[in-house]
Write a protein that binds this ligand. Sequence first.
Ligand code: ATR
Length: 278
Amino acid sequence: MTTRCFVIGHPIAHSRSPLIHGTWIAEHGLDGSYERIDVAPDALERFIAALRDGAFAGGNVTVPHKEAVLPLLDRLSETARAMGAVNTIWREGGRLHGDNTDAAGFLGHLDASLPGWDRQAQTALLLGAGGAARAIAHGLKQRGLGRIILANRNLERAQDLARLLGPPVTAAAWQERDQLAAEADLIVNTTSLGMKGQPPLELDLAAMKPGTIVDDIVYVPLKTALLEAAERRGARTVDGLGMLLHQAVPGFARWFGVTPIVTPALRAVLEADIGSAR
Ligand code: ATR
């Protein structure tokens, strides 16, 4: 029987997850499918009921359902609970399980790109305080970083998130970001700034320490103005595409029982797709 999987959202047309999972399904010669399904907010409960009845093995959840789906599931991973958001669902023993793989995806990509990066990284500066910042700050805290600073346009939002995550996560005003960039070992853009159609992220990297890592989770374009500027200043740069690829691994492993590998060939498939969308 075909193992059917999904990504649900509203809208959903932009999702690149089918390309990732479709590539893995073909690579492993599996009898499986991964469908992009538009589910409006008022249809979410009905969709989850169909999943429960066995219509699918599991799937991914994106905006605007990541929070709304929580009460409809039976078991949540510790990370999903800490995030207050689910992006991966699977059926196991008649129960629906929810996890959030964003933090693991972020760290997985960083580990693969710069092995041992965390041995010397003490201070992280995160730009933004939304869902992506929450996942990344949580992951970095678990990794044991000594100082995690959230600089956000809306300071109150950063303060709320810092309080929720607890020390060593702290909040800073948006205007402080240039000065904080000079103290950071890892700088991460978790905002939508720099994304195609959005204004660039203004960040002065002139006083950056040698060896600083600059990671932009934006992946359209692949090389943002921030990464270009960081590269010119000799920083170690990490782009956002790897996070997208790595966050997909745990779900595929649950649904198909095979742990897929993020290969340069898969990356090339996605890069071609992003290139053609420009
Ligand atoms: P996600 O879940 O993807 O993180 P989000 O919750 O909408 O998305 O968060 C978007 C982030 O980008 C926020 O930190 C937002 O800042 P505010 O909290 O001040 O809104 C940030 N952001 C978006 N546009 C911005 C802009 N023009 N300048 C500065 N920050 C911006």
